[in-house]
Design a protein around this ligand. Structure first.
Ligand code: NDP
Ligand code: 8X3
Length: 257
């Protein structure tokens, strides 16, 4: 296992779910964490917790990843001691709705495309040149089983995650000849705020998604992210698909109701 205690790790979408779990997992090894999301109060709470539990050093970025100029300014104006990012966890993302494509909501489409594809690209574009220059770095993108298999009503969300898969592959190819690593971690069902966001705050509908089965937890995914980040420097884990034992494909699940 490679030590990460001197590394600076930027995690987007660290205010809840998988991103927050990644922050917890990495903080145990004492790296320096930059946590980004729109909800500053959630980030402040997380930073306080991590500092109390692990003495973690945390820098916060209140950031909407869809806003290219805000991403540019946030990255370019990091204090010098935070400016050399070793690991970028591109996790911020969301799904909106499960409508049939021909009945889809334009606002939902734009939000998913702007966050899951363009946001991830902006962070990558502003951070990776520094990694190349320093000859050190790892980009870990959170994709999804939805990027491998499309399911009914998943249409645009699945397309954004298929784009993440293609972007991870393309970035790996473009970085060939450098020591920079690229990984895509692609989970199946994980119980987080994901379904609440998908159903625009309808918590009852969200709960039903996980009813009668044992989904992955955000910690399960964070363990995998951590594993990928701590392999020896010559090892690149390109892609990991993980799903609950109760799930066999994007649509095939075992429910005990
Ligand atoms: P959550 O809803 O719990 O977390 C999503 C995170 O993304 C939040 O921290 C949110 O922060 C952040 N985020 C959303 N939009 C933006 C934005 N415009 N700018 C900055 N941050 C943003 O869901 P998950 O933890 O489940 O999702 C994390 C990733 O995992 C996503 O990319 C998702 O697609 C993927 N995934 C999830 C699965 C699941 O079943 N849960 C399975 C496979 C993949 P804030 O609102 O504060 O900005
Ligand atoms: C989240 C998993 O199957 O709900 O990416 O789309 S799924």
């Amino acid at each position: 296992m490679v030590a990460i205690n001197t590394q600076t790790i930027l995690i987007t979408g660290a205010s809840s779910g998988i991103g927050a779990a990644c922050a917890n997992t990495f903080a145990r090894e004492n790296p320096r964490l930059i946590l980004a999301a729109r909800r500053l109060e959630k980030l402040e709470q997380k930073a306080w917790e991590l500092n109390k539990l692990h003495g973690a050093e945390v820098h916060l970025l209140q950031l909407d990843v869809c806003d290219r100029l805000a991403v540019e300014s946030a990255i370019n104006s990091l204090p010098e001691e935070w400016s050399e990012i070793d690991i970028l966890v591109n996790n911020a993302g969301l799904s909106r709705g499960l409508d049939k494509l021909y009945e889809g909501d334009f606002q939902d489409w734009e939000e998913m495309i702007d966050t899951n594809i363009k946001g991830l690209l902006y962070l990558t574009r502003y951070i990776v040149p520094g990694m190349v220059k320093r000859g050190h770095g790892h980009i870990i993108n959170i994709g999804s089983i939805a990027g491998h298999q499309t399911y009914p009503g998943g249409n645009v969300y699945c397309a954004t995650k298929a784009a993440v898969k293609a972007i991870s592959e393309g970035l790996k190819q473009d970085l060939l000849g450098t020591p920079i690593r690229v990984t895509s971690v692609d989970p199946g069902m994980v119980e987080t705020e994901f379904s609440e966001v998908r159903f625009h705050g309808d918590t009852e509908k969200a709960k039903k998604v996980y009813q009668g089965l044992q989904p992955l937890t955000a910690d399960d995914v964070a363990d995998v992210v951590f594993f990928c980040a701590t392999r020896p420097n010559h090892v690149n884990i390109n892609e990991v698909i993980l799903m609950p034992v109760d799930q066999a494909s994007a649509t095939l699940v075992n429910r005990q109701l």
